[in-house]
Write a protein that binds this ligand. Sequence first.
Ligand SMILES: NC(=O)c1ccc[n+]([C@@H]2O[C@H](COP(=O)([O-])OP(=O)(O)OC[C@H]3O[C@@H](n4cnc5c(N)ncnc54)[C@H](O)[C@@H]3O)[C@@H](O)[C@H]2O)c1
Length: 347
Amino acid sequence: MNTTRLAVIGAGAIGRTHVDRILRAPNLELAGIADPTPAGEALARSVGAPWFADHLSLLDQARPQGAIVATPNATHVAVASDCLARGIPALVEKPIADTVADAKRLVDAVAAHKTPVLVGHHRRHNPINRRARELIDQGRLGRLVSAMVFAMFLKPDSYFDMAWRRQAGGGPVLINLIHDIDMLRFLVGEITSVQAVDSHAVRGFEVEDTAAAVLRFDNGALGTVVVSDTVASPWCWDFCAGEQGQYPRQEVQSHFIAGTHGSLSLPGLALWGYRGERQWHAEMTREQTMVHAADPYERQLQHFAAVIDGREAPLCSALDGLRTLQATLAVHEAAVSGQAVSCTLPG
Ligand SMILES: NC(=O)c1ccc[n+]([C@@H]2O[C@H](COP(=O)([O-])OP(=O)(O)OC[C@H]3O[C@@H](n4cnc5c(N)ncnc54)[C@H](O)[C@@H]3O)[C@@H](O)[C@H]2O)c1
């Protein structure tokens, strides 16, 4: 079996998840860990991997075939660009960057160095979403008309002990809703404009605790999303999709997509439609798809190995990362301005 040597840059919460998944995969090898902290060094020692205080030493000495950039958002573009400049493909954690202009620099670097970036919007790798996309692509929903998303949960008060989480940009829109926006882009289509309102009425911090947005897609579909980190609610992907053991799983649905010929609820993958007459007095049928459960982080790493080998194109490219970031930032912009914000690509 061919093995792919991957390095992890940034050994915090998600970096450790990647280290764990690399160690579990027989075809992946951990080439090294870069993180300046004693905790990063201790992690490398505990798993027997070479440790580096900075990513340049790691890239130049360990020479991995691919690097996972799991550092804070503001560093993503600089660190990933250093990987690309050495011809090393990068899996860059979400969000791809802090700003659309920075994201564009990384998109340009991918083209300049002819080296791919995969952005870590891991939900795309969940078999539930892959099957949902197939059903939509097969036309089972007909023409897509509307989508509705709930991203509502309760973060503990201690979460806000860190100052940046109480300030603009540290809230549920950029941290959490960005995953749902990427899912909508993956399943429904390109987002062309965003209207939104937000509120910080419950926690009273500068950062929003709740936001509601209306999305327009390029195929004419309309969507609504509500995100809140201050409600005692089970209606969010992290609770009902079962991707992460740290949340108690709930038997509810969080994402609803409707078209002229069918509608789909997720993560349950129930597909409703009409066999005969198509109108609201007629009988409806419900078709249930059961997919094999799989860890999207494992799947994402296997896909990254295939991207490195040139067998697959990135399922979430740098341009995807940019467009998802742009639509997410547009929620903030629209809430502040009270105007619809169009999502046109930077030149
Ligand atoms: N896809 C997901 O499910 C998911 C989940 C959580 C976080 N994230 C993203 O992953 C990134 C990291 O988040 P986190 O929660 O793990 O943060 P974290 O603060 O727990 O970890 C970041 C780590 O990066 C290290 N670091 C900082 N600068 C570095 C540098 N220049 N070189 C090497 N190491 C450096 C820090 O020492 C720290 O250990 C963020 O962009 C976040 O949005 C993604």
